[in-house]
Design a protein around this ligand. Structure first.
Ligand code: PGA
Length: 252
């Protein structure tokens, strides 16, 4: 049985005070949720204080990105994976479509970041997903396959314990237009199939594949009925503690 994961991506929202009050409001709302793992990704500036305030809770903390380099050095503006770990993070989101689209992140970059994350002991939440034009052109699967092949290059079977995939179709992110459970299931099963080919049946059965793109309290339950959807990566609806708690409690 794969334990579901509900992760919140706060993106470039929340000053420190708001981040702390949201985290503290969330903590009691989800304290009895044992059916899933809960992760939130505050902006870097709030990561340490949020992690400190959540210590001893069932909420884990993620970075939203990390550097390709693991050794400290002259990399202005970058945050290394071990700095995230040092600040209290257990996870890191890598290759989010906003980084791929607006910050020119290539599959090679994503691959190096994943290597850096897993070598450091973080769990990487690797994002993949096609644009609307690619879906309409019928190339969604080949795009996702290319992203997986590029990003996962060089990983060993042991590294896979520290990898989750988030399938986030770009056309569903922040648009209010969610993929239907059938559309998501189809791609998730395709992704699991690729893992099966690359790493074997056991690794592919263990892999958690999250869906992301306009997940809300009122659509999570139907998404979670799909057999290959193992959780969600939530943007907008994770910014409010009650709404995110509503998603965590998708099972009623
Ligand atoms: P959304 O964002 O839930 O606001 O669509 C999801 C994401 O970008 O991870």
């Amino acid at each position: 049985m794969r334990k579901p994961v509900i992760a919140g991506n706060w993106k470039m929202y929340k000053l420190i005070g708001d981040a702390v009050s949201t985290a503290l409001a969330l903590r009691p709302l989800v304290s009895n949720a044992n059916h899933c793992e809960i992760v939130i990704a505050p902006p870097f500036t709030a990561l340490k204080v949020v992690a400190d305030r959540l210590e001893g809770s069932n909420i884990q903390v993620a970075g939203q990105d990390c550097a390709t380099e693991t050794k400290h050095g002259a990399h202005t503006g970058e945050i290394a994976a071990n700095m995230l770990l040092d600040a209290g993070a257990t996870h890191v989101i890598i290759g989010h479509s906003e980084r791929r689209q607006h910050y020119c992140e290539s599959d090679t970059f994503v691959q190096r970041k994943i290597q850096a994350a897993v070598a450091t002991g973080l769990t990487a939440i690797m994002c993949v997903g096609e644009s609307l034009a690619q879906r309409e052109a019928g190339t969604a699967e080949s795009v996702v396959k290319g992203q997986l092949n590029g990003g996962l290059r060089g990983l060993t079977a042991t590294d896979l314990n520290r990898i989750m995939i988030a399938y986030e179709p770009v056309w569903a992110i922040g648009t209010g237009r969610t993929a239907t459970p059938d559309q998501a299931q189809e791609m998730h099963s395709f992704v699991r199939g690729i893992f099966n080919e690359k790493f074997g049946g056991e690794a592919s059965e263990r892999l958690r594949i999250l869906y992301g793109g306009s997940v809300k309290p009122d659509n999570i339950a139907s998404l979670m009925t799909a057999p290959d959807i193992d959780g969600a990566l939530v943007g907008g609806a994770s910014l409010d503690a009650e709404s995110f708690a509503g998603i965590v409690h998708y099972n009623g």
